[in-house]
Structures are given as C-alpha cells and as structure tokens.
Design a protein around this ligand. Sequence first.
Ligand SMILES: NC(=O)c1ccc[n+]([C@@H]2O[C@H](COP(=O)([O-])OP(=O)(O)OC[C@H]3O[C@@H](n4cnc5c(N)ncnc54)[C@H](O)[C@@H]3O)[C@@H](O)[C@H]2O)c1
Ligand SMILES: [Zn+2]
Length: 361
Amino acid sequence: MEAAAVRVDLGERSYDVWVGEGLLEKASGFIPAPKGSAVAVITDENVGELYLETLERGLDPLDLEVLVESVAPGEGSKDASVAVGLLERFARRGLKRSDMVVALGGGVVGDLAGFVASVYGRGMRVVQVPTTLMAQVDSSIGGKTAVNLPQAKNLVGTFHQPAAVICDVALLATLPTGVFRSGLAEVAKYGFLDPEGPAASWKGRADDKADAAVAVRSCAAAKAGFVVEDEFDMKGVRAFLNYGHTLGHALEAAGGYATYTHGEAVAIGMVYAAIVSEEAGIAAEGLSGRHRERLSGLGLPVKPAEPRPAFLELLGPMSLDKKVTRGLTMVLLEAEGRPRIEAGLDRDMLALCYERLLGEA
Ligand SMILES: NC(=O)c1ccc[n+]([C@@H]2O[C@H](COP(=O)([O-])OP(=O)(O)OC[C@H]3O[C@@H](n4cnc5c(N)ncnc54)[C@H](O)[C@@H]3O)[C@@H](O)[C@H]2O)c1
Ligand SMILES: [Zn+2]
C-alpha cells in the first residue's frame, strides 16, 4: 500500500498528513530535513514497548542523537507538572530550539509533546506520529496542544502546527477495543457530516488495513479542511466538528471522566443531537434511528447507561460548553451531510429529547 498525503495548506506553516501501512519503519522519508542534531521522542510506556524500536529504526537515516522520554499511559500525564519535568530534562540534555520532537502515541502524548515543543526555546519543530484512531483522525492534526490543570482540562495550551503527521494504520491493530471504539465515534461523526465519504461506510475493523487507510485519510482530509478555514478556531467554522459534543462533554463531566470514553459520550451525544434535530422540526423522522443503527453497528452505546444522570445535572455543563455562544446552541443536522448551528434551543424541548434518548431501544 502506498502512503498518501493530505496537505494542510497554511502558508509557511503547511504540512503533510501521511496515511498508510508500515510507515513507522520508513519515518525518515516523511520528515522534512532536520535543522538540528538531536530528536526527542516522547511516548508512553504502552506505546514505547510496542513501537519505539521500529520508530528508532525509521529515524536512523536522519543520523540524529535520539533522546527518549516515556511517560505513564493515560490522561494523568497530560499535566502541567509532567510538561515542566520534560522541559527540565530537555535543558539538562542541552537540546536546542533547532532540534526536533517526535510524539509517538495517542492524543495524550500528542497534546503533551506538542505543548512542550511549542514552548521549549520558544518553539521547536514537532512531528506527530499518532498511534490511536482518535489521534490519527483528529487530535494530531490542527496544531492544538494542551495540558490540564487541576481546575480544568486543556486549560494551558498553544497553537503549534506540526511539521508532519505520520499515520501508520498498522498500529491500530494493537489498540484495546475500548480505545479503538472511542476513535470510531469520531469516524462516524465525519460520516454523518459527509455521507458520501468513506468514513460513512467503513465497517470499523482495524485488521482491514486497506479500508482503514481509506477511512482515516478521508477523516484527516475533513479535519484538515476545517483547520485550513479556521486555524485559530476564531470564526466558528470548526464548530461543525463539535457535532454530538454538547451532550457528550456534559456526560463525560457528569461521570467524572470515568464513566465513558470521550468517543462513547460523543456517540450518545450524536443520537441526542439527531433527536433534537427531529423534535425541532429541522430533520425528518428517521435520522436518529439511522444514527442508532450506524453507531451500534460500530459497537458504540446509543443511550446513557445506569445510573443515568438527570437532565438538570447535564444542563449546566451543556450551557457551559465553551463552544456554546448564545444560550443553548447545538450543531444539528437537517439530514446527513447538512449540518447547521441552531441557537436559542428551548429547554423543555431539550428535556423531552433527553427522555426520548433514555426511552428508545
Ligand atoms: N489536540 C486536539 O485537537 C485534540 C482532539 C481530540 C482529543 N484530544 C485529546 O486526546 C486525548 C485522548 O487521546 P486518545 O484517545 O488517543 O487516548 P490516549 O492517548 O490516552 O491513549 C489511550 C490508550 O491507548 C494506548 N495506546 C495508544 N496507542 C496504542 C497502540 N497503537 N496500541 C496499543 N495501545 C495503544 C495508550 O497507552 C493509552 O493507554 C485527550 O486528552 C483529548 O483531550 C486532543
Ligand atoms: Zn471529539
């Protein structure tokens, strides 16, 4: 299988997202010529154990000094204190701003490494090598970096576009089922936004590598399109990517980020958004049924599990969702492929839709 590139066209910050199978061992071929003499590879312990050696072989032709930093797996490592620890080790090793960071891992490693690269020496180049489906179709593209503070998730961050993104779909085969499924919800989202694209019909099997590459590439192209139009998330253009995220984020927060993976919460949130689209008279009946069919076919939940949060408990976080600007605003669908932003949605109607979400099989 040939690697195919999606170009993210941002003037002097432009870069390619490479998608294919077996790209890790050929990594040097996808990285723009290094300016420095060292590379810091940031990974987590799970991913490092599986893929670090192959990546190091792939980087070998660049003839760089390699520094490896491995963090504990999980959201806990996306932390300001972990970032400071990495920065101090960079300094002790004498890394220069002309050196490069490579992020080998899921969204946690990508956000952390991107952040560290963006601030060390006022900015080093970072190459993203996303290893989860979520990271390949979403987080590695677009330059948003972040670490968490005890007060809130993603509160400290930067915009720092990568120099290249290398998506090796062969790596998806070792993902734990739940982690893989979480990414499938975002794939399904791209499919609802573009029903003609490959993401809408992908069966979601990691072992079908050719199909996975086609689906991942199409999602990467969709994400790149929104980033090119609205690089700094100022124009409201990226908002369609938030489909399903209003209730999704509220469910995640209500469960203390422990009940659902992000993708599971978004899957439920998309069914909810489809019900709201029907109840608001924006979409014809049947949209939510098709959502349920598609999402359960991918092994994703389509309604909250017991104990179910009460609607009032969710309304606060829904209204606080940072993407909501005027009262209760949601991304709705007129039909698959026809998103629109609807403001001023009525609370009683939204509560009724939540009842429908809980009640329907
Ligand atoms: N920057 C953005 O635009 C953006 C967008 C979406 C999500 N995010 C962030 O992404 C993070 C979630 O990322 P995630 O879902 O990739 O989770 P993750 O990075 O925590 O990875 C999930 C688990 O899978 C393991 N893993 C990763 N790749 C593997 C592989 N190939 N084989 C086996 N195990 C593997 C990891 O060690 C980890 O235990 C969140 O912090 C979220 O805020 C950022
Ligand atoms: Zn998401």
